[in-house]
Design a protein around this ligand. Structure first.
Ligand SMILES: [Zn+2]
Ligand SMILES: [Zn+2]
Length: 244
């Protein structure tokens, strides 16, 4: 068995396209340029009896749990120095690296939020549009009006969590599942609108390191939940605008 495209995509996304050891930015072999490091999808446990860290008859060697994204040099290093790079250490490196990616994105988003000028977001009324905003993003920025009851806390919290959960798996699922998620999101939008809220959102590219505006860009979903009567909401009558 080979590594599936889905697993590969998920591994690269979770790793922030970087080597888990030196954090060098990596590219896939299909777009090879000299100045870039080629990323290698390394097995933590080798399926070959003489391979690094081999354990016989593992149910699956090519799944996400058994893979680590590394640069060429570090792949070589972990496979040669197997006394140092034990299975346990590699799992630790992997978890640490993924947390680093998550926190780096979160810091960049928080920083951005502070310097941000007010911007206009469109109201989202369709589950399909909402899915397109969260589809394979690296981070989420969410905001909502002050919560006034436990009931509100529960459904707004549940809504945001559902969005993040759907967004996180979006890179690993088939087209028909995406359609299904769009449908589920539609039900959630209808429910939240019935409770007196509107949802606003957009999908945008933001630099990974806010102090380096030229650093890599990440796709981030912004989702804002506002009470319908919030004075910040501006209604624009597009039809009348066009007629003027
Ligand atoms: Zn490296
Ligand atoms: Zn290897």
């Amino acid at each position: 068995m080979a590594i599936s495209d889905k697993t590969r995509k998920f591994l690269w996304a979770k790793s922030g396209n970087r080597c888990a050891i030196c954090k060098a930015e990596l590219i896939t072999s299909t777009v090879s340029f000299d100045e870039f490091n080629l990323g290698e999808e390394c097995h933590i446990i080798s399926s070959k009896p003489t391979g690094p860290r081999h354990i016989p008859s593992l149910e699956e060697y090519d799944n996400y749990e058994n893979l680590l994204l590394l640069c060429k040099n570090h792949h070589k290093e972990i496979d040669e120095l197997t006394d140092t790079y034990t299975e346990e250490l590699l799992r630790y490196i992997k978890t640490n690296h993924e947390n680093w990616v998550k926190n780096t994105i979160k810091d960049a988003i928080d920083k951005e939020q502070k310097d941000e000028e007010p911007k206009f977001l469109s109201r989202i009324t369709s589950g399909k549009d909402l899915f397109n905003i969260i589809n394979e993003v690296y981070g989420y920025r969410t905001d909502y009006d002050d919560i006034k009851s436990e009931e509100e806390m529960n459904f707004i919290g549940g809504f945001i969590q559902a969005l993040i959960d759907y967004g996180d798996i979006s890179g690993m699922i088939e087209a028909h599942d995406k359609v299904r998620i769009g449908y589920e999101l539609q039900k959630l939008i209808d429910e939240i609108e019935n409770k007196g809220y509107y949802i606003f959102g957009e999908r945008g590219l933001e630099p990974m390191f806010s102090h380096q505006p030229k650093s890599d860009k990440w796709t981030v979903a912004t989702i804002i939940i506002k009470r319908k009567e919030n004075p910040e909401i501006i209604k624009i009558d597009l039809e009348n605008l066009a007629n003027e």
